[in-house]
Design a protein around this ligand. Structure first.
Ligand SMILES: NC(=O)c1ccc[n+]([C@@H]2O[C@H](COP(=O)([O-])OP(=O)(O)OC[C@H]3O[C@@H](n4cnc5c(N)ncnc54)[C@H](O)[C@@H]3O)[C@@H](O)[C@H]2O)c1
Length: 261
């Protein structure tokens, strides 16, 4: 047996909410590459299938499902379909979220509708999908892994109209610790990764601005913006036996940005 076997996910089943997105699809592919069978969930069948098709082409077993994960019934449906297809659920990843760049407002006038939208997209999606997944893991009696995506913005303010997003990511980090505490008795670990800007379509407009990008990179000790592949090793670690004694942790993946604050 190799030391690396603790990172393998053979026999495990993972569900990735937002698996059609930039970060979600990279994580779904990485978990499949480590041996997991994967359910990719996204807003539409087409979006889920686009990511699932690439994973299937690489030889893994994958189920693509369209669902709104801010809706409890949709979450119950995708968990039930996963159990029906694969017989178990071991890993749940919440990769739905973001939106900050679309609703930038001064803190003193942050509009309620924008606030509610950011909370719906980031917090409610994570809440609904995780509750449904956790109920299946608890019923399965084999423990499990939940991986959330927070952000360095849970801890760092940014002078750019981000009130709702920083609050939502703070909630994700707090829920990570709370769920880790409550579900430890079921053998379920709950952790989060907290990236700074990752080079994805969500933040393309900001990163396309050379002044913004230069300012950002100058604050990152490793001297570059991250890519989705910078997140996948940590995701495999936090979803595998390699992290058996790690729970309630928020792992910064930020090139050292938060180390300087
Ligand atoms: N991109 C970054 O720079 C960055 C940095 C830090 C944290 N994050 C976080 O990473 C996560 C993923 O970001 P991304 O850049 O991959 O975004 P993305 O928009 O590429 O992916 C999100 C996916 O979620 C899906 N989705 C949205 N609402 C949904 C719903 N109600 N039901 C089902 N699916 C839904 C979208 O269709 C999309 O495919 C977010 O939580 C974001 O806040 C991103």
């Amino acid at each position: 047996m190799s030391q690396l076997d603790v990172f393998r996910l053979d026999g495990r089943v993972a569900m990735v909410a937002g698996g059609g997105g930039a970060i979600g699809s990279a994580i779904a592919a990485a978990l499949a590459g480590a041996g997991a069978r994967v359910t990719v969930v996204d807003q539409t069948d087409e979006r889920a299938e686009a990511a699932a098709g690439a994973i299937r082409a690489a030889g893994a077993e994958v189920l693509a499902l369209g669902a709104d994960v801010t809706d409890d019934a949709g979450c119950e449906r995708v968990v039930a379909a996963t159990l029906e297809r694969f017989g178990r659920l071991d890993i749940h990843v919440n990769a739905v979220g973001g939106g900050a760049g679309k609703v930038l407002f001064d803190a003193e006038a942050y509009p309620r509708d924008a606030w509610d939208w950011i909370y719906e997209l980031n917090v409610r999606s994570t809440l609904c999908a995780t509750q449904a997944a956790a109920r299946a893991m608890i019923a399965g009696g084999r423990g499990g892994r939940v991986l959330n995506i927070s952000s360095v913005r849970a801890n760092l303010g940014i002078n750019a109209g981000y009130s709702a997003y920083v609050a939502a990511k703070g909630a994700i980090s707090s829920l990570t610790r709370q769920w880790a505490t409550e579900w430890a008795k079921h053998g379920i670990t709950v952790n989060a990764i907290a990236p700074t800007f990752v080079d994805t379509p969500q933040v393309a407009m900001l990163l396309d601005d050379p002044v913004f990008k230069a300012g950002l990179v100058s604050r990152i000790p490793l001297g570059r913006v991250g890519g989705t592949s910078d997140l996948t090793g940590a995701a495999i670690f936090l979803c595998s036996d390699a992290s058996s004694f790690v729970t309630g942790q928020i792992l910064g993946i930020d090139g050292g940005l938060t180390a300087t604050q």
